[in-house]
Design a protein. Structure first.
Length: 277
């Protein structure tokens, strides 16, 4: 049995090739942990959710019990982010950057899954921009054989503080003039996230051609989410462009650093096709 979110946030148009999915599952099953945590990292829209769902489906067909957790489901609630926006910096109202996740919750969930304990998996509604009520979380009862953990900045490390001085886009230049927001995000990566990354037994990175493709992929993702829920509104292109700028600094740092640290790098072309497997 599989314990996972619906395919609502999967964005890869055709799915990944079967041999790549099989290789990922084989790598996960070869890990020595009794219940390993196999992580997939990649920038927005790169297909992390799709690959996780494909691995889960293949594992399930082999008779395994799988839990799938997204870093997105660990976002702080809207009320918590609004408090940060009031007390620290207004940009912290926007979900996504380091410092807007409940890292302690993620550690508790992964620890429980690795220990074979009963646990409810948190879920986040992106169109509502808030965590769903606890009653709607996914219930996991008993030990699972594999945990798949995917997220846009899984495995991210902090930048050197000197790199924060120069803004890299209009959002940083105009809305974070004194650098308080980017320092807060970087400090969170240094202080909080290593505990979460330490729970991972393997990490694969879906590497895009470059940061600029994120604008196209994330727009496709937004359109797909809205199409599935036509009674609810998503972002327009201008809003999305502003939103993506919140992610740009960490995304560019990931592109520069994660390939050297990931257990495997899957290089993608602009159509999400792997060019290395």
């Amino acid at each position: 049995m599989r314990y996972c979110r619906a395919m609502a946030q999967a964005t890869h148009p055709d799915g990944f090739p079967g041999p790549l999915v099989a290789a990922a599952l084989a790598a996960a099953r070869a890990l020595p942990a009794r219940t390993p945590v196999f992580a997939i990292s990649g920038l927005q829209g790169s297909g992390k959710s799709t690959l996780a769902m494909q691995i889960a489906a293949r594992a399930e067909s082999d008779g395994l019990r799988v839990a799938v957790l997204s870093l997105d489901d660990l976002y702080l609630t809207q009320a918590e982010r609004l408090r940060l926006a009031r007390d620290v910096h207004p940009l912290l109202a926007t979900r996504g950057p380091p410092g807007t996740h409940d890292v302690a919750l993620g550690c508790r969930v992964l620890d429980a899954l690795k220990a074979g304990e009963d646990i409810d998996l948190p879920r986040f509604d992106k169109l509502a921009d808030d965590r769903v009520a606890n009653a709607a979380w996914t219930r996991v009862r008993g030990r699972v054989d594999l945990v798949l953990f995917e997220g846009w900045c899984v495995g991210a490390t902090p930048e050197d503080d000197t790199a924060l001085a120069m803004p890299i886009n209009a959002l940083e230049r105009d809305e974070d003039r004194d650098g308080r927001w980017r320092r807060h995000c970087n400090d969170a990566l240094r202080r909080d996230y290593p505990a979460l990354w330490s729970r991972l037994d393997a990490l694969w990175f879906l590497q895009p051609p470059g940061f600029e493709i994120v604008r196209t992929w994330r727009w496709q993702q937004e359109q797909a989410m809205v199409a599935r829920t036509p009674d609810r509104h998503g972002m327009d292109r201008a809003q999305l462009e502003h939103f993506i700028q919140h992610y740009e600094r960490t995304s560019r740092h990931l592109l520069a650093t994660l390939p050297a640290r990931a257990d495997r790098v899957v290089v993608l072309d602009e159509a999400h096709r792997p060019v290395s497997r």
